[in-house]
Design a protein around this ligand. Sequence first.
Ligand SMILES: Nc1ncnc2c1ncn2[C@@H]1O[C@H](COP(=O)(O)OP(=O)(O)O)[C@@H](O)[C@H]1O
Ligand SMILES: [Mg+2]
Length: 256
Amino acid sequence: MSTTPLLTIDHVAKRFGAVTALADVSFDVLPGEVVALLGDNGAGKSTLIKIIAGTQPPSSGRLLWNGQEVTLAGPADAKALGIETVYQDLSLAPNVDVVGNFFMGRELTRRVAGISWLREKEMEEITRAALHRLGTKIPDVRAKVENLSGGQRQAIELCRFVHFGGKLVLLDEPFAALGVEQTRKGLDMIERVRREGISVIVITHNVLHALQVADRMVVIRQGRVEGVRTRAETSHDELIELITGDRSLTRRQDAA
Ligand SMILES: Nc1ncnc2c1ncn2[C@@H]1O[C@H](COP(=O)(O)OP(=O)(O)O)[C@@H](O)[C@H]1O
Ligand SMILES: [Mg+2]
């Protein structure tokens, strides 16, 4: 039980003028752990994800990475640590093919007669292998990303993240726009990402999805942690109560 958390969120608060998006949030994410962030609209979930991704500074509180305090001045700082948000399409170039997106900014080249050549065959093989490893079936890695589904785009981003040594992936409502089958694949992918030893924070409205995929559920309500539960110690009904703040069903006494 002496595992150092990969990420510690320590009394983080965020205010936008008179609006308090996060009042006081603390919890840990362990290496290789999937944490579901649950909460009603406006609870502060996306704000917290943005702080962890380095796109917004907290108003107060600290982040620790492997036990060391870190200051994220921007998304590049988070990325350098191995923290990234995976979106459905925002970070892929639509008119570039799967391989091109996979290696974007990290292209493999070889110099021949003073000229730099892309190692296309090799990049193609690596892309195929990385997709296969996470169970993603994309028939043609030379297809332009604009012709792929939202779920497939998300899968490409996740595979790229895993391949290039990511440590903590942030998913903000990844299934919101997906159909039943794509959602099932997405949940399966999170499980495979975890098996690679990578940590995941996934925001979802769907308690059933959270229970299916997460080791622990952190419920945020009005900018505070309302409860932290392992999958084994909670239930659908209890999570709904924590999310809504309505304890009329079980009148459970929380130690927290
Ligand atoms: N950039 C911003 N400026 C002002 N208020 C914001 C901003 N971002 C979020 N908020 C407010 O902070 C609260 C939490 O928002 P958010 O983190 O998006 O919640 P959630 O993702 O849980 O729905 C909301 O009241 C929202 O209106
Ligand atoms: Mg949100």
